[in-house]
Design a protein around this ligand. Sequence first.
Ligand code: SAH
Ligand code: SF4
Ligand code: F3S
Length: 439
Amino acid sequence: MPASPPPRTYRVKSFGCQMNVYDGERMAELLTAQGIAPAPAGEEADLVVLNTCHIREKAAEKVYSDIGRIVKDWRRKDGTAPLIAVAGCVAQAEGEEIMARAPAVGIVVGPQAYHRLPALIADAVQGKRAVDTDMPAEMKFGALPARRKVGPSAFLTVQEGCDKFCTYCVVPYTRGAEVSRPFSDLVDEAQRLVDAGAREITLLGQNVNAWRDGAGRGLERLIEALAQLPGLARIRYTTSHPNDMTEGLIEAHRDVGKLMPFLHLPVQSGSDRVLRAMNRSHSVASYLAVLERVRAVRPDIALSGDFIVGFPGETEAEFADTVRLVEAVGYAQCFSFKYSPRPGTPAATMPDQIAPAVMDERLQRLQAALNVGQLAFNQASLGKRCAVLVERKGKLPGQWLGKSPWLQSVHFTADVGIGDLVEVELIEAGANSLAGRLL
Ligand code: SAH
Ligand code: SF4
Ligand code: F3S
């Protein structure tokens, strides 16, 4: 790679989960603090950061097609090629392979090393391609600039990594072991987010409810502390594991008014045999018992989850158990995926991989059942009065979009502004959104 002038503008493109969105924001802030400016809309940037996701094959392959497109179409103002940095989970999993396969890439940086971007950029500018996929003992967060400007709903990563090793999943390899950020750092960052405009904070972690600090405090203690911040109106958290749903956290849904009545608790399958093969370490019954305890303290809780169809060996009867579970629980919303074999994971080499056509058909049936549940949940909300946090303008003049406490998208027409928390009555329900009337 030849030497090139230092980049003056950047663009960060994030794929994958909300934690990647959070990391993308922090990288953008870091680059801005280095004197590199965000590229104006419609202009090609000198430095492109692809913040990638490795969770499924399609997500991972997207990196290479994106690189191809940038190499072909993007030019800096002076006609030279932009500097491409690959960050995120594909960088962690396939760093050397990216370097070999994509000569246009100047920097590969893993999710635990991106605080070192300035030094990597300095190397790349001198023509030295650089890979940094270390997982340093000290966390990156201390080395990042403070939060500045955020929207009304902000993300805050409190926990990273995963020790669960579900047999299909790359996260323990790409993000490393479970680590919790210190209590006081999080309260400080939350305060800064509020100062920067946040009214709602979603606490993030690959296993957010496994958050625990050195003093043994669990996530509910952190939630209680954040609820004391004046100016912060709403708290959410995602994603949780059924085995880490403690009694204390469940009770927070009763006791902390600012904690929203929404729980994303993936179960993945409705078959105990499949759950064992997935190494999920919970059963359908233990999962349902958790839901029952949460519903007992917070009857209006909106439930959400993740499902995988076509895990190796999944029979038609086992898949039917998943559909039955979906019908029994009544989810407010869910994500569902076709199983994707990931290199290095135990499930990738299991016998009885399911044919793509079978997976397609199962996914369609599961999604039909999920849609029925989602529409029913939204219809049951009709006539309710609730607060909506206004997040953005709608398509029609005077129309605004925001979220209900149950994370439903609500649109309504009124004279309000972004960040307002307004009272509405829910008057129309579709599968994906509701119409509201300002009270
Ligand atoms: N504990 C994290 C997991 C992140 S991955 C969380 O729930 O946020 C998000 C979801 O992707 C998982 O819950 C699972 O449903 C799905 N997933 C993970 N690996 C997969 C694979 N190999 N194929 C298909 N879906 C997968
Ligand atoms: Fe992946 Fe399982 Fe860990 Fe979630 S709990 S990140 S699905 S290994
Ligand atoms: Fe993807 Fe990594 Fe998140 S693999 S889902 S970006 S943790």
